[in-house]
Structure formats: C-alpha cells, structure tokens
Design a protein around this ligand. Structure first.
Ligand code: IPE
Ligand code: IPE
Ligand code: MG
Length: 240
C-alpha cells in the first residue's frame, strides 16, 4: 500500500492490543459478533503483512483473562470464531513460513481448542519466518502468578536456589520465555491502558495508540506506527 518504509528500522517485535471490534459493529448497527468476525480477518491480514515487512515477532492479544466476564453469548461466539480461525491460521502460517506460539493459560479452554492450539504450534514449529504469538486466556498478572508458582515449587524441591534468582530467571518462567521483549506496542481504538497485557515484558517498549478501530486496521496503519516508532528517541534508563 501507499506508505514507504525505505531506510526505516522495522521493529523486531511488535505487540498489538486489538481493540474496538464491538464499537466497529455498533457504528454499523451490527451485532458485536460481526465485529469479532471482521477482526479475525484483520488478524489474518496483519500476520501476512508483518511477515512481508520483515517483523520477526508479532504478539496479538486475542482474549484476556478478564474477557470471560463478558456475556455467555459473546464468549461462546468468540470460542466458535477461535475454532474456525485456528484452521485458517494453520494454512496462512504454512503459506507464509510463520511459526505460531500461544501464550496464556490454555488449560481453561475446551479440549478440542487445546488440541487445535497444540497442533498449530506443532505443525509450524520448524518455520523460520515471522513468529506469531497469540495471547489467549492471557493476563499479565495471571502469567506472573503461574510463573511464581512454578519457581516457588522448584525452590522448594531444591532444583533452584533462591539466592541465584535473577531477572533472567524470572523471565525464563514466563510464557514468553525465549521471546525478546516488544519494541513497539500498538493499541487500536484509542484507550490509554494496558488491560493486563505483557506487564513484565513492556518495561521499555514504545507505545503507539491509534483511534482506528481494529477491523479497520490495515497495512498503512501498521506502517504509520512503524514510522512513528522511527521518530522515537529510545532510551533505557537514560542510556541509548
Ligand atoms: C476487542 O474488541 C476484541 C476482544 C477483546 C475479544 P472489543 O470486543 O473489546 O471491542 P470494544 O472495545 O467493545 O469496541
Ligand atoms: C483488551 O481489550 C483485551 C484484548 C484485546 C483481548 P478489552 O476491550 O477487553 O480491554 P478493556 O476492558 O477495554 O480494558
Ligand atoms: Mg474493548
């Protein structure tokens, strides 16, 4: 599309909070589910675009630990969409050399969804292009809590000496172990909050908020975020 990224640094890891599906549908007098359906199509397109632009990691917030509190109808519809798009995603991933990884507590999902997630990861594990990380039943606090539980158990069993625990040790117990921290976080629909996303990992991430509603997000929107990122003066405690 239109915008040109020549000479720009493409962030290695882009994290996305896709928000605004409901508002997109409301604006059109449609049920919220239609917004989610359109939003899934946008995720698919964004994966292809990110792979083409040379982004190495794309982490997308698909369903939070708090999203279970929505109406049973909406949660049910989201699960059905998830089932459908997992199958499509496998095709997209294979066609674009994309490796898929899920973060979050998958144990709460129905058995067939867990199997679908495992299959997606297994069948794309050897792909060498973009790593597409999907955060589902994900909450930063839940992730840290689960990590602390395992870390404490390892200390109790003598496998880990508490005196040797470093930030790196903590990071290695998180769902994102082995994945570099995000360079750029994009949130659509204008909300200025993290909503429990990647609390540990975004310590030094650059934030970009757009009013664009998620189903309207496209290649030019992503490029605009990258252009804005290139104008930032990144510092890590005053040091570049
Ligand atoms: C984001 O869109 C999708 C999910 C959180 C599952 P929303 O459903 O939050 O849409 P808004 O924020 O109500 O517009
Ligand atoms: C954040 O969006 C979660 C996901 C995008 C999956 P929400 O719409 O759930 O967040 P809040 O409630 O506006 O903070
Ligand atoms: Mg929302």
């Amino acid at each position: 599309m239109g915008l040109n990224l020549d000479g720009m640094v493409v962030p290695k890891h882009v994290a996305l909070i896709l928000d605004g599906n409901g508002r997109w549908a409301k604006k059109r007098g449609l049920p919220r589910t239609m917004g989610h359906k359109e939003g899934c199509a946008t995720v698919e397109k964004t994966v292809e675009t990110a792979a083409r632009l040379g982004i190495e990691y794309l982490t997308v917030y698909g369903f939070s630990t708090e999203n279970w509190n929505r109406s049973a109808d909406e949660v049910g519809a989201l699960m059905q969409l998830f089932r459908y798009y997992m199958v499509r995603l496998l095709k997209v991933a294979k066609a674009n050399n994309v490796r898929v990884k899920m973060i979050g507590d998958r144990t709460r999902f129905d058995k067939d969804i867990i199997e679908g997630i495992n299959k997606l990861e297994r069948e794309t594990a050897d792909n060498t292009g973009l790593t597409f990380v999907i955060a589902v039943n994900y909450g930063g606090r839940d992730e840290i809590t689960r990590a602390v539980k395992r870390l404490a158990a390892d200390c109790a069993s003598g496998r880990l000496d508490p005196e040797t625990v470093t930030e790196g040790t903590v990071a290695s117990y998180l769902d994102t172990a082995g994945i570099p921290d995000p360079d750029l976080l994009i949130r659509t629909s204008g909300e200025l909050r993290l909503s429990n996303y990647l609390l540990w990992q975004v310590a030094y991430t650059e934030f970009y908020i757009t009013d664009c509603l998620w189903p309207d997000f496209n290649e030019d929107e992503l490029k605009q975020a990258i252009i804005a990122y290139n104008k930032r003066d990144r510092r890590f405690g005053g040091v570049k």
